[in-house]
Design a protein around this ligand. Structure first.
Ligand SMILES: Cc1ncc(COP(=O)(O)O)c(C=O)c1O
Length: 399
């Protein structure tokens, strides 16, 4: 008998999402009754605002929502996205420049599929969100990480991008506020990168999913607001997940030049068709309704952020840049490496994260998931008591 033919090489090469893996391990330990505190999740711990849930309930009463709807999104949601894009990204677009996707993740995937040809290079500021390199490779592109450390607040400079540019460079990824670092580029830094991309005809894929979660008066100015001429070579990604505690609803979107969005809509029409109509109605309520709940979430994140930075900074060997956005801190823990803890020699942040889970029952994501070793990502999207208890355990472990 001939051996069964092998599975796809391309898909076999995809790494499992490291953040989901750590979170799943933490949840499994919790299910066994271990008092694990997890800083691994990339989602708000709040319930979706009641008004949004009510809108979904109401949508269930309309049989039109039980049918297929336009693949690129309900017209009413596109209208709400057009208004949001003008308000928060300073860009005026037409509804045919919007494609509503099954979460921001599908927008990331489709954006690369639409822009890249085999061998094209994508400059990827590191530390990066784990999905990026995989989505680039799935589109037959080559991710080219450009690393910025804690000393530069994890923000790349035009000089670094220019040094990595080749004639194959097609796209630069720009995520501000960033997952995993929480860094926010200043308007000047943003404009400099946008001007550089414009000068070289490079596409910008700007992920604005955390744009409403900023602190200390910082504002994440969009590349298209900073340099309006770059809009014709920019795809903006966004969604309701993070701002409105709606990760499970799966509504995101992409905004870009008409030709690019036409390709994305064609792709989506064969891949998933329309996003669940009930969820789309919920997203309309989130975007168009009162923003009080979203603001309360943001204020809570801000308070927790300050607690995290203050307390983590007390641990010797840990450097914690103050993040100005999202809900993550990204301490540089290289000072804890190359040492022995609890009788174990710890050389990498991967080993450190394992030690922390085993000894303190605290789940954190190692820097290896986002780029080089030497860092940890801690999400502060968890209740205040848990937050404080988890840090106290870390302080005891590394005392
Ligand atoms: C930077 C970034 N972009 C996009 C997403 C996608 O979010 P979703 O697919 O839940 O809308 C996430 C989620 O973790 C993210 O961190």
């Amino acid at each position: 008998m001939t051996e069964r033919a092998p599975l796809s090489n391309k898909i076999s090469d995809i790494a499992e999402s490291a953040t989901l893996k750590v979170d799943a391990k933490a949840k499994a330990l919790k299910a066994e009754g271990r008092p694990v505190i997890s800083y691994a999740a990339g989602e708000p711990d709040f319930a979706t605002p009641p008004a949004v849930v009510d809108a979904a309930r109401e949508a269930l009463g309309d049989p039109a929502n039980f049918r297929y709807s336009p693949a690129a999104g309900l017209p009413a949601l596109k209208k709400a996205i057009v208004a949001k894009t003008a308000r928060d990204s300073g860009l005026v677009v037409e509804p045919n420049q919007v494609v509503v996707t099954n979460g921001g993740k599908q927008a990331v995937y489709q954006a690369f599929q639409v822009v890249l040809n085999p061998g094209d290079e994508v400059l990827l500021p590191a530390p990066y969100w784990t999905t990026y390199p995989e989505a680039i490779q799935l589109a037959d592109g080559t991710p080219v990480p450009v690393f910025a450390g804690a000393d530069q607040n994890y923000k790349v400079t035009v000089e670094q991008l220019e040094a990595a540019r080749t004639e194959k460079t097609k796209v630069v990824v720009f995520v501000s506020p960033s997952n995993p670092t929480g860094s926010v580029y200043t308007p000047e830094e943003t404009a400099a990168i946008a001007r550089w991309a414009l000068e070289h005809g490079i596409w910008i894929l700007t992920d604005e999913i955390y744009q409403n979660l900023t602190y200390d008066g910082a504002r994440a100015v969009s590349v298209v607001e900073a340099v309006p001429e770059v809009a014709d070579q920019t795809i903006l990604l966004n969604g309701v997940a993070k701002t409105y505690a709606m990760t499970g609803w799966r509504v995101g979107w992409m905004v870009g030049p008409v030709e690019a969005m036409k390709l994305a809509a064609n792709l989506q029409s064969h891949l998933t068709s329309n996003v669940n109509n009930i969820a789309q109605h919920a997203a309309i309520a989130a975007l168009e309704g009162p923003q009080d709940d979203a603001e309360a979430f943001r204020a809570a994140f801000d308070r927790r952020r300050r607690l995290m930075v203050e307390e983590l900074s007390k641990i010797d060997g840990v450097t914690v840049p103050t993040p100005q956005g999202a809900f993550y801190v990204y301490p540089d823990v290289r000072g804890l490496l190359g040492r022995e803890w609890k009788g174990r020699r710890i050389e990498t942040s991967l080993e450190l994260a394992d030690l922390i889970l085993d000894e303190a029952e605290v789940a954190v994501v190692p820097g290896e998931a986002f780029g080089p070793s030497g860092y940890l990502r801690l999400s502060y999207a968890l209740g205040d008591d848990q937050l404080a208890e988890g840090i106290a355990r870390l302080q005891r472990l590394f005392a």
